[in-house]
Design a protein around this ligand. Structure first.
Ligand code: PEP
Ligand code: MG
Length: 586
């Protein structure tokens, strides 16, 4: 039986028959010019197909909104807007009338033109727009030949196999309940499709080479989206083994859920808080379902993916308010736009410079051009009616930045106050500790900063001089380097000394061994990918904080990351032998 491998982006194990989704709409390979008398007919075909597509998108929008919330429906909303854009249809119409082309050919030309333009722009937003545009034009093409946009006619849930899946199609099939798994030859971890799959809990594996040439329609598939393995038509013995693993995984997941209502306390009674990191509003539900005790990091720069939300005070305020109210009275920490470096967005113009990771980014941009940041701060203040929102500023390097940002918050606060009949609530002011230099500012910040959040992803990158996104140097990128260990010890001690709360919100907070190391150092607030919450809670509730502290004290004597990591694992297993091996499926 063939085995395929790829990158799991939404975990789970599932088996079902395959359904091949061929999103290559057949286009008449007929570039023969139209007779002038046929042009009118061709324009009518176009008009009807556009009308039909608009009606379909409206219906999909309603279904998605009902099942997945208004934020997810925005993805379809963007496509509706694109299809309403008169210039797009005008371009196709002109191709038909001036060049006497068939509709299909005209659409193909316009699609190619925009794909070429968008492909040359390297940022995420344009890649998504490219997909959206292709998606709607393919829908219009499909409607021209009076064929429904391809869908699964099979009533039972299948595993969808495709080269890539456009967001509107993904939202449509995922909300229909007709797919139980997804395999893509291409795809991106942060694409709308992967984000939707995680939210809907649909096991998904992307970057699977040759999926479409290996898998045929109706093949029986067993996909392991924990390891990223696809078994095609497995033998009876294999099915038996895989079904056993699936059963154990399902049982493990439901057992793990039992941990949610239990107190967040170590075996020796030390309290801890586990919060969720989110990028878009709809992830709120997922964070709640996984037991988040609040949102420790809302990466708002992802709002730039949702149409024009990031430019509108009211739209932003509504998003923040929705998240805050769903968690009330638990805290919701809204981090201001952390754009620049690897997260450039066309809406925020700035000079990248030859070394973007050390150049203009986040608050460095907005302190010079404050319009967007002021809008965001006002939106946060307006949204804070429930009083559980805090404001967090990323990439802080100097105390002057803090003073300027505080002045900006006060100015925005006064403006909101003037505009409203009832006084707004001032959100607490926090900073990210992710530029190593910021650690040395902590002793001076008692009267200026309400809370701290350790961005260990960037702190590791800047302290070790290792690009967090470069696989060439990924072996050097580790949370156990002695320099990082000392920095983390120093941060928690300094925050305790000035009596301020501190959270760790980088990836290390959601990984078992590094999270235990942080617990041993004295950290008590952790914010992570919501999917990691239950596992970290299981681990923390099965150890003594005093033992973790004892073990962690010893690592300060060790000179290398591998020694530190090995020592931690060895010492924790010595006292709690099944601490890391509770997961039966790895
Ligand atoms: C971090 O740097 O650790 C962090 C949480 O922020 P981001 O990953 O968004 O840079
Ligand atoms: Mg960061």
């Amino acid at each position: 039986m063939p085995i395929l491998r790829g990158k799991p982006v939404s975990s789970g194990i599932v088996s079902a028959h395959s359904h091949i989704y061929n999103n290559q709409v057949q286009i008449l390979e007929n570039d023969i010019q139209l007779a002038p008398a046929s042009i009118e007919k061709e324009l009518n075909r176009l008009q009807n197909a556009v009308k039909k597509s608009r009606a379909q998108l409206k219906k999909i929008y309603k279904t998605v909104e009902k099942k997945m919330g208004s934020s997810s429906a925005l993805i379809i909303g963007i496509q509706r807007q694109l299809l309403e854009d008169p210039s797009l249809i005008r371009e196709i119409t002109e191709k038909i009338t001036q060049e006497q082309l068939h509709c299909e050919t005209a659409i193909r030309f316009v699609e190619r033109k925009y794909i070429d333009i968008f492909s040359k722009i390297p940022d995420l937003t344009f890649q998504e727009r490219k997909n959206d545009l292709s998606d709607i034009l393919q829908r219009v093409s499909a409607n021209l030949i009076s064929r429904p946009h391809q869908g699964n006619k099979n009533e039972s849930a299948t595993i969808l196999v495709a080269q890539d899946l456009h967001p509107s199609k993904a939202a449509q099939v995922m909300s229909s309940g007709l797919i139980s798994g997804l395999i893509l030859e291409e795809g991106g971890e942060n694409s709308h499709t992967s984000i939707l799959a995680r939210t809907m809990g649909i096991p998904t594996i992307i970057s699977v080479p040759n999926a479409l040439t290996t898998i045929s329609e109706g093949d029986f598939l067993f996909i392991d989206a924990l390891l990223g393995i696809i078994h095609v038509n497995p033998s009876k013995e294999e099915i038996f083994k895989l079904a056993e693993k699936k059963e154990k995984y399902t049982a493990y997941k439901s057992r793990l859920k039992e941990i949610i209502p239990l107190p967040s306390q170590t075996l020796d009674g030390k309290d801890f808080s586990l919060l969720g990191n989110i990028e878009l509003e709809f992830e709120t539900t997922m964070a709640q379902n996984h037991g988040a005790e609040g949102i420790g990091l809302f990466r708002t720069e992802f709002l730039f993916m949702e149409g024009d939300t990031a430019h509108h005070i009211q739209k932003q305020a509504l998003t923040y308010k929705n998240v805050a109210q769903s968690f009330y009275p638990k805290p919701v920490v809204i981090r201001t736009f952390d754009v620049g470096r690897d997260k450039t967005v066309p809406q925020v113009e700035h000079e990248q410079g030859i070394n973007p990771a050390l150049g203009a980014m986040a608050v460095r941009i907005f302190l010079k051009k404050p319009t967007l940041l002021k809008k965001q701060i006002k939106a946060v203040i307006q949204a804070n009616e429930s009083g559980n929102i805090s404001l967090l500023f990323p990439m802080i390097t100097t105390i002057e930045e803090i003073f300027s940002l505080k002045a900006m918050v006060s100015e925005c606060f006064d403006q909101v106050k003037k505009e409203r009949s009832h006084p707004p609530k001032r959100p607490p002011f926090g900073i990210m500790v992710e530029v190593p230099a910021a650690i040395k500012l902590i002793p001076f910040l008692k009267n200026h900063v309400d809370f701290f959040s350790v961005g260990s992803n960037d702190l590791t990158q800047y302290l070790l001089a290792v690009d967090r996104n470069n696989s060439e140097v990924s072996a050097l990128y580790t949370p156990f380097h002695p320099a990082l260990v000392e920095a983390l010890f120093e941060i928690v001690a300094l925050c305790h000394k000035i009596d301020k709360p501190v959270t760790v919100c980088g990836e290390m907070a959601g990984k078992s061994v590094s999270a235990l190391m942080l617990l041993g150092m004295g950290y008590r607030r952790f914010s992570m990918n919501p999917l990691a919450l239950m596992e970290i809670k299981r681990i923390f509730t099965h150890v003594h904080a005093s033992y973790a502290a004892h073990v962690v004290r010893q690592i300060r004597r060790l000179p290398s990351a591998s020694m530190i990591e090995e020592y931690l694992i060895e010492q924790f297993l010595k006292k709690y032998p099944d601490l890391f091996i509770k997961q039966p499926f790895f």
